[in-house]
Design a binder for this molecule. Structure first.
Ligand SMILES: Cc1cc2nc3c(=O)[nH]c(=O)nc-3n(C[C@H](O)[C@H](O)[C@H](O)COP(=O)(O)O)c2cc1C
Length: 205
């Protein structure tokens, strides 16, 4: 699909076809294409919990304002933003370091990532959230290109979800994403208002 076309076609789909599954190969492809997203130092501080099990999806729906798409979509993703993703001991950090740097750069890399992202809880939170958000967006475009529909959601009880799914404290949950195919016959309304260039730019120098 042309990128221009996809920008218009990607929509937050409210009603999914519960009878049409997402095959594993297509889902994997969307993940791996989505992982082309940029991230701070390419640290990729995100992980994902994939829900296909109807019982687990029903438990999640209860904590997500009872949104029908949580159980209708064949797949629901919990995007996890890793607030520890800048730390030297972190597994993804290590992989990133080993595949991109020389051993004698370790001290410099550890100190730099700590200075930038470990200075305060807010800095770690911002680091995790912005990068996981970029992955989520990139995933949604990759999914659209593969013919899937998605729906991002932050209407859920964050701490309730953390408890129900035993999510460790280092992860914050920026959003859930329902993934599947639109319910047949679903009327998709035109895209809602978007800011123009002039709306968005508050100052030029
Ligand atoms: C981070 C995020 C959280 C959202 N949470 C919800 C949600 O919980 N429930 C919902 O119905 N829509 C949710 N939306 C969908 C937005 O309402 C939707 O993306 C927006 O209206 C623009 O429509 P479009 O995505 O079809 O272009 C969310 C979108 C984002 C990006």
């Amino acid at each position: 699909m042309e990128f221009q076309e996809m920008l218009g076609k990607r929509r937050a789909i409210n009603f999914f076809d519960p009878n049409r599954d997402v095959d594993e190969a297509t889902l994997r492809k969307a993940f791996e294409e989505g992982a082309n997203a940029p991230s701070s130092f390419n640290l990729q501080p995100w992980k994902v919990i994939v829900l296909r099990d109807p019982v687990r999806k029903a438990a999640l729906r209860k904590l997500a304002s009872n949104q029908p798409k949580v159980t209708e979509a064949p797949v629901v993703l919990m995007i996890l933003a890793d607030r520890d993703g800048w730390k030297e001991g972190n597994e993804t950090w290590k992989k990133r370091f080993e595949t991109g740097f020389k051993p004698d750069q370790r001290e410099w890399f550890a100190a730099t990532t700590k200075t930038l992202y470990g200075g305060s809880p807010e800095a770690s939170q911002a680091f995790a959230t912005k990068n996981a958000g970029l992955f989520a967006m990139s995933f949604m475009y990759a999914a659209s290109d593969l013919g899937l529909q998605t729906h991002p959601m932050d209407g859920f009880d964050h701490e309730g979800v953390r408890k129900e799914f035993n999510i460790p404290d280092n992860y914050w949950i920026p959003m859930l994403i329902a993934v599947g195919y639109a319910k047949p016959g679903l009327e998709i309304l035109p895209k809602a208002w978007r800011q123009s260039y002039d709306d968005m730019v508050i100052k030029t120098y």
